[in-house]
Write a new protein. Structure first.
Length: 172
């Protein structure tokens, strides 16, 4: 990127985009299964106990997640079926709620992942629900300040892709 343009953007960012007050944008972003999993793999620290993580988006706000924890071949990978139960609400509750559809031994997945320290900051399992706190996730990466511009975010799935719909604005 051109250094002058980058400098301009950094100055605007520092001022809270004051010279762009009143701007509004809507975006629908389909993210393919391949790109989603590539991004997750890049975001997963090498020190994390999760050795395999693959998300497969399905139609109807559902997806399956294949997880392998630890390096021992004695610990099998497991699949969890998830359903998007509740969308985040900005700014009051920027939390995406997922519900595990699997039963039986997989109900132990949440406690097992917590014990192994495999869940990143911002993701919490409580019974059959997984809470993805977008504010905490972004805080951990130094990006939380961008949430002040988000007015609405919805995450949906279609076969083979996650679809994020975002509405943001700059107001002063």
């Amino acid at each position: 990127m051109d250094e002058r343009l980058l400098g301009l953007l950094l100055r605007q960012h520092a001022s809270g985009f004051a010279d762009l007050s009143g701007a509004a944008a809507s975006l629908t972003l389909p993210v393919s299964e391949r790109l989603l999993n590539e991004a997750l793999a890049d975001a997963l620290p090498s020190s994390a106990p999760v050795r395999e993580l693959h998300v497969k988006p399905l139609a109807g706000d559902r997806f399956t997640v294949r997880v392998r924890v630890g390096s021992s071949p004695l610990i099998p990978a497991f699949n969890v079926s998830l359903l998007i139960e509740r969308q985040p609400v900005f700014p009051a509750s920027p939390v995406l709620v997922l519900r595990m559809q699997s039963s039986g031994l997989l109900s132990l997945a949440g406690p097992a992942l917590r014990l192994l320290g495999a869940l990143p900051i911002g993701i919490r399992v409580d019974g059959e629900r997984i809470y993805v706190d977008l504010l905490k996730l972004l805080e951990a990466r130094g990006l939380a300040h961008y949430l002040e511009y988000v007015r609405e975010l919805e995450i949906h799935t279609v076969e083979g892709a996650l679809v994020a719909s975002l509405r943001a604005s700059i107001t002063r």
